[in-house]
Design a protein around this ligand. Structure first.
Ligand code: CTP
Ligand code: MG
Ligand code: K
Length: 196
């Protein structure tokens, strides 16, 4: 049971890395022109706000893609985690296969994460929350919801083949912990404006 749990944590982190990194790197490389162009809606509030920028979006997508590509490259060279077999991203199930299905899965994890983050910023603005104001649970899960949704749409077969229920539940439990942890570090380093 203990080994199963460790395996689920390692596999979960491995598979979600192309979704986790875009989010953190949007905060590092973000800034500049906001995606909503500064526009407001009828409620008088910004569509998305200054926290969602083109640079953050594209830096995130690029970094997510490069992360996934690096993981595939590592698998091709026989990388494993202390004997734990790591899954690939291709629907063929072959670790290290860098085909169209793998590219689609990686991009879906990265783009889905950033779109989820954007969608919930839209919701936060409609609820009257300022940019950066905390919305517990949503701030920790927005990108994960987006990543799972888009990946389920484009790569459902790969997703169900790769994540068993235990790994899926482990991802849901560790994601907010990781998110809060990295944001506190980002805040100390002066990268994040708020520690959430
Ligand atoms: N960021 C960005 N572009 C994105 C996403 C994030 O530039 N598409 C950067 C912004 O500098 C943002 C930071 O990453 O401030 C942290 O992201 P997040 O916490 O999601 O944004 P908030 O500033 O908290 O804004 P919101 O209230 O809309 O979530
Ligand atoms: Mg925030
Ligand atoms: K967010």
């Amino acid at each position: 049971m203990f080994l199963e749990l460790i395996t689920a944590v390692v596999v979960g982190l491995w598979v979600m890395l192309p979704a986790y990194l875009p989010n953190s790197f949007a905060a590092v490389f973000g800034g500049g022109k906001p995606i909503d162009g500064g526009r407001t809606m009828k409620d008088g509030r910004r569509i998305l706000g200054d926290g969602k920028t083109w640079r953050g979006l594209f830096a995130g997508i690029l970094l997510g893609f490069l992360t996934g590509a690096a993981e595939i490259f590592a698998l091709r060279h026989g990388f494993h985690f202390f004997g734990i077999e790591l899954p690939g991203f291709s629907a063929t199930g072959v670790p290290g296969a860098f085909d169209l299905s793998a590219v689609i899965a990686i991009l879906s994890l990265a783009i889905g994460a950033l779109l989820g983050d954007m969608a919930f910023s839209f919701l936060k603005r409609r609820l009257g929350l300022q940019r950066g104001q905390a919305m517990p649970l949503i701030d920790q899960y927005d990108f994960l919801i987006g990543a799972f949704l888009l990946t389920a749409i484009t790569s459902y077969g790969w997703l169900t083949m790769t994540l068993d229920w235990l790994t899926f539940i482990v991802i849901i439990i560790i994601t907010p912990i990781l998110h809060v942890g990295t944001n506190i570090v980002g805040y100390w380093l002066g990268i994040k404006n708020e520690p959430w």
